[in-house]
Design a protein around this ligand. Structure first.
Ligand SMILES: NC(=O)c1ccc[n+]([C@@H]2O[C@H](COP(=O)([O-])OP(=O)(O)OC[C@H]3O[C@@H](n4cnc5c(N)ncnc54)[C@H](OP(=O)(O)O)[C@@H]3O)[C@@H](O)[C@H]2O)c1
Length: 253
């Protein structure tokens, strides 16, 4: 058996939601370098196009969609299908966090986090499923979090949404296995991106975080490249319904 083809994505088409941010950008670069045609999304058309252009790799385009809106998600998938004829990899990466204690956790914040982190992946998975079933192949990667596996104070909606996403992953894995479509969750721990600037800029919170990470440091966005390529490629062909934790050892305790 030769190892290299396992990680090649030539002629595959990947749709990465929220590709303008830290992890999404790294994922786009990774899949494109492995040979895939990659579509990244943002809520803003200009931001999506600028991010795609900034990436120093061919084959990445940006498209706009508000992922909490079923109509916009269906249209996005239709446009990608018309442009490339197929979708091999869906990475449900777009996500957000609002941190506050439960007494002050207003409904609007709760809904925003749940809609972005849990409803949007459901809408995107639902939209690509008919095509992946018809292709009799596909990969869905749900970017959950170690906070879908363990709790952390003041993250009620975030932890609930990511825990829900891990459960959604298992159900979709069972439903789609007969069609050779695998569905896995990627569960990052603390990685130094925009999402975490508020924590990193607070010395006390930052110290607490670093103390929890066995490797003693924040993850770098590029450290998500390998796990993403693994889940997107033939290297993980017998893996479905799993949660791959990449957290520097936070949850090992
Ligand atoms: N960084 C970490 O430590 C960490 C740890 C565990 C899990 N994660 C998860 O990893 C994923 C990526 O995180 P990140 O750190 O790269 O975050 P980020 O830098 O804040 O980027 C988030 C991306 O999501 C998009 N987005 C947010 N809400 C959206 C919506 N309603 N519709 C469409 N796009 C939306 C943003 O796009 P626009 O603003 O351009 O629209 C942006 O591209 C998230 O699901 C996050 O929960 C991150």
């Amino acid at each position: 058996m030769s190892i290299q083809p396992l990680f090649q994505l030539n002629d595959r088409v990947a749709l990465i939601t929220g590709g303008t941010g830290g992890l999404g950008l790294v994922m786009a670069q990774t899949l494109a370098e492995a040979g895939a045609k990659v579509v990244i999304t943002s809520r803003s058309e200009e931001k999506a196009a600028a991010a795609a252009q900034r990436l120093n790799v061919e084959g990445v385009v940006g498209m706009a969609a508000e992922l909490t809106d079923a109509g916009q998600v269906d249209r996005l998938v239709q446009v990608v299908k018309e442009r490339y004829g197929r979708i091999d990899i869906l990475v449900n990466n777009a996500g957000m966090n609002i941190r506050k204690p439960i007494e002050s956790y207003d409904e609007s914040s709760w809904d925003q986090v749940m809609d972005t982190n849990l409803k949007a992946p459901y809408l995107c998975a639902r939209a690509v499923t008919p095509l992946m079933k018809q292709q009799r192949s596909g990969r869905i990667i749900n970017v959950a979090s170690m906070l879908g596996q363990v709790g952390l104070a003041e993250r009620s909606a975030y932890c609930a949404s990511k825990g829900g996403l891990i459960q959604l992953t298992k159900v979709l894995a069972l439903e789609l296995a007969p069609f050779n479509v695998t569905v896995n969750a990627l569960c990052p721990g603390p990685i130094a991106t925009e999402l975490n600037t508020v924590v990193m800029n607070n010395p006390e919170a930052n110290r607490f975080f670093v103390e929890q990470i066995a490797l003693g440091r924040w993850g770098k966005p590029e450290e998500i490249a390998g796990p993403t390529l693994f889940l997107a490629s033939d290297a993980s062909s017998f893996m479905t319904g799993a949660a791959l934790t990449v957290d520097g050892g936070w949850t090992a305790k």
